[in-house]
Design a protein around this ligand. Structure first.
Ligand code: PEP
Ligand code: MG
Length: 589
């Protein structure tokens, strides 16, 4: 009887967490002892020992730095995961953080206590600070401080910092938390999957897992205490579940699911190098949606024609102060250079609504989705806006950058945004700072009023990108985050399709390209219908790219057009059209 059976006496115990990286893994648990250190005990020091204690603390910092530099060297040598080196650099920087170092030394001196205890006090006040911060992304940065503190304490206590590289054999790693420096050392070879008690979708650890394509479930609360080394588990990173102590039947069922998943992956693999071209020779562009530079390799690996939506909000979330122009520039330049010669469509700040940023102290609004969000906020804060615009312009000197304005609801807003862009260009010209004079300016169509006057707006921009996530919310009056009305959120609602069609026609009449960058673009069935409506470009997450390419390559433009026209006119997807979509999905070439 395994420990877990002794503990629970049953099989198939299901724990639900947040699936942050897709895939299925079946294996035995390896508990990584890197997240949870017993609190070091408090110890008074004789005054004569204080200098020694400070030296011991400084030595531990030096040793921690050496360890991190070694990990960095190893990653660079292996040639894999180099894009994550900045995370290690950030940890190295934290080791020199004034607050961390000076405050700890001050506590050792003033309170005559041991270094472990002093450091623990400082870490506690830092982590209290982070836990009070409202935005999720910034709150998760608190865990980086904890990882760094944990490493110093281990070195102070002479405890080995057990790393992923020490693991032998295929295992499912479980830990209270896993430091990004550990995740980076994972390879598809030595770790089948990983599970943590804490964390969320935007933690660095989750991002790294996605880019390495290792299944991962986080936010499992107490999983690291529930299970032990050698316990059998099944991880489904796609839906975020863990089956502890699976029965024979469950293992059989998941082995089949895993095979299907892998066959699927192999099956889609060949589409990486192929374009989204229909049987009758019509080609549309497939672009990627990203939020951070770390996601660019995955987009490229799936053969995207560029970045159709770079949501820049994360740049603002990951910090306590507004990003400077140089910081913006660094981020955009890296993305633009990496995706070159393909374009990177950089969307200006879309704050507000469900994307709340604490550092900006936005006033509480009764109805934030219709409040001071996105371009409205930027036009109210021209300095904040121009800092970003200048940086995007400057990044355009390093590749093909395109600027995109979100949430435009009328012509005046668009003209005001363009005027600030023009001002920024003039400043840069005067300062002799280079940028692409022909940079394309586009806008999102996600407010119904913009869709209705798309013909007027089209004269002012080089492209439209339809943000169906918001457009559907506003057109059907359905809060996109409200589960009670989620059943009404219908991308194929005839009103939505008519709006999309009219925007495409208005764009084409003015000779500009029209794309979709909302979630709808990444659903293969919807992608065919959007193509039938005349869309030129679809932008989506990396996972959807191959699936959408496949369905487009097996469809004919003529049948997609006929289907789109039938749905537009009848107001519903008939059974015959559902069968047609299924038939296209089943086609082989
Ligand atoms: C959209 O609204 O469809 C969109 C792509 O923007 P976001 O999801 O960032 O609001
Ligand atoms: Mg939107």
């Amino acid at each position: 009887m395994t420990e877990i059976e002794k503990k629970y006496g049953i099989s198939d115990i299901i724990k639900k967490g947040i699936g942050v990286s897709s895939g299925i893994a079946i294996g035995k648990i390896y508990k990584l002892d890197s997240g949870h250190l017993d609190t070091p005990s408090f110890c008074y020091m004789d005054k004569s020992y204080i200098p020694l204690e400070i030296k011991r603390f400084k030595d531990a910092i030096r040793q921690s730095k050496k360890q991190l530099l070694n990990i960095k060297k190893q990653i660079i040598k292996n040639g894999k995961g180099a894009e994550h080196v900045p995370i290690i650099d950030a940890h190295i920087m934290m080791l020199g953080d004034e607050k961390l170092v000076k405050d700890t030394i001050k506590i050792i001196k003033d309170e005559m206590v041991n270094a472990e205890w002093a450091l623990k006090m400082v870490l506690k006040s830092l982590s209290d600070f982070f836990s009070r911060v409202d935005d999720v992304y910034l709150r998760e940065r608190g865990s980086d401080i904890e990882h760094v503190g944990d490493r110093i304490i281990r070195n102070l206590m002479g405890k080995k910092h057990e790393g992923i590289s020490d693991i032998k054999g295929d295992v499912i790693v479980v830990s209270h938390d896993i430091a990004p420096t550990d995740t980076i050392q994972m390879t598809k070879g030595n770790v089948l999957a990983f599970l943590t008690d804490v964390g969320g979708r935007t933690s660095h650890t989750a991002i790294v897992a996605r880019s390495l394509e290792i299944p991962a479930v986080v936010g499992l609360e107490n999983i690291s205490q529930m299970i032990n080394d050698g316990d059998a588990v099944i991880v489904d990173g796609t839906i975020g579940t863990v089956v502890i102590n699976p029965s024979k039947d469950t293992i059989k069922e998941y082995k089949k699911k895993k095979k299907d998943y892998e066959d699927h992956d192999r099956f889609y693999h060949k589409y990486k190098a192929l374009s989204a071209q229909t049987i009758d020779g019509h080609r549309i562009k497939i672009m990627g949606n990203i939020e951070m530079i770390e996601e660019v390799p995955s987009i490229m690996d799936h053969g995207a024609d560029g970045i159709g939506l770079y949501r820049t909000e994360f740049l603002y979330l990951n910090r306590r102060h507004m990003p400077s122009e140089e910081e913006h520039l660094k981020a955009y330049k890296a993305v633009v250079e990496k995706i070159a010669p393909n374009p990177a469509t950089i969307r200006t700040l879309d704050i507000g609504g469900d994307k709340f940023i604490s550092l900006m102290e936005l006033a509480e609004e009764i109805n934030p989705a219709m409040g001071l969000r996105a371009i409205r906020f930027c036009l109210k804060k021209p300095d904040v806006f121009k800092t970003q615009l200048r940086a995007i312009l400057r990044a355009s000197a390093f590749g093909k950058a395109r600027i995109m304005f979100p949430m435009i609801s009328g012509i005046d807003e668009l003209l005001a945004a363009k005027a600030l862009l023009e001002e920024s260009k003039n400043e840069l010209r005067q300062e002799g700072k280079p940028f692409d004079e022909n940079i394309e300016i586009g806008m999102m169509i996600e407010v119904p009023s913009a869709a209705i006057i798309a013909d007027m707006l089209a004269k002012e921009v080089s492209f439209f990108s339809i943000g169906t996530n918001d457009l559907i919310q506003y057109a059907l009056a359905i809060d996109r985050g409200n589960e009670h009305v989620a059943y009404l959120y219908e991308p194929l609602h005839p009103a939505v399709l008519r709006i999309i069609k009219s925007v495409i026609d208005a764009g084409h009449n003015a000779g500009i390209e029209v794309g979709v960058c909302g979630e709808m673009a990444g659903e293969p069935e919807y992608a065919v219908i959007l193509m039938g409506l005349g869309i030129d470009q679809l932008s989506m997450n990396a996972f959807s790219i191959l699936r959408v390419k496949r369905i487009i390559r097996h469809a004919r433009l003529s049948e997609a057009e006929e289907m789109a026209s039938r749905i537009l006119n009848s107001g519903a997807v008939s059974d015959a059209d559902k069968s047609l979509i299924n038939e296209i999905l089943m086609r082989n070439n």
